[in-house]
Write a protein that binds this ligand. Sequence first.
Ligand code: PRT
Ligand code: ZN
Length: 293
Amino acid sequence: MIASTEHTSLRIAIQKSGRLTDKTLDLLKGIGFRFDDYKRNLIVKARNFDVELLLLRDDDIPEYVQDGVCDLGFVGANERAEKEADIKVLRKLDYGICRLAVAAPVNGSIKTVKDLEGKRVATSYPVLTKNYLAEHGVQAKMVEISGAVEITPRLGVADAVADLVSTGGTLKANGLKELFTIFESETELIQTNRPLDEAKASLIDKLLLRIDSHKTAQKSRYIMMNAPRTALSTIQGIVPAMQSPTVVNLAGDDENIAIHTVIPYDQFWVIMEKLKDAGAHDIVVLPIESMIL
Ligand code: PRT
Ligand code: ZN
């Protein structure tokens, strides 16, 4: 338990230096927060909001937020779940995506969860691993390791590992085969369950609105095209616009019109192909900074 400290600014914990740091800072900058002196201090104040960042090891973030030392935190769901922190998850943010998976030597005898009975499993996530195995009626010995878990079977320290995986390259390079997933993870924005004053609560509402708008904008593109006037209804059928597209007359050209609208990025190419088939031309696509619906 960490002693809670009084702080009047909204205090947000982020990873000091690691895989989540740049993406979290990009997100905060993307929603309009400006920071001075980043990386020289452990506490960094925002220039334009009553917000400060506390730079921590990711392992410590759930507890700092739970105990109210920080009001919010950006941290992997893996750390939040491992620490069993009493916090609320405000948003799931789709970066830092990975899975906690069990892996064992490629040509060894461990192939299924049941084969782990009585075996030694090296992991930095003993709580998640043990709970998962217990749910499957398996008891194994947890060998708690804080880094380089993947080399433990070769060193004879463990029979299998439960480690974070994203591409799977590290396991492969160490002669390990991924067997099954214990936990799927992504970065989360978490909030303390401690009561917050009105000013902080309203700042959090603003922050969430900005994050949601930023997320929607990142998943969308603004599209402008010219098309024959006669193709308008076909094009309207193709573009699942959030509202009616803007249709503009072209000077000195009665046959063609300009159409502006927003499309979901994940359907970008399919929509583009259909638009071209429908007769659209001079298509311009632009990223969107923010979108408040
Ligand atoms: O110093 P601090 O304690 O803050 O940092 P850390 O070293 O504990 O964590 P860091 O920076 O490595 O990771 C921070 C968070 O990023 C994790 O808690 C996860 O939420 C998330 N994340 C996403 C990952 C990975 N992907 C990941 N691939 N964390 C670690 N890895 C490691 C994994 O442990 C293994 O060593 O990458 C290797 C596997 O990667 P692949 O691509 O070879 O499968
Ligand atoms: Zn860590």
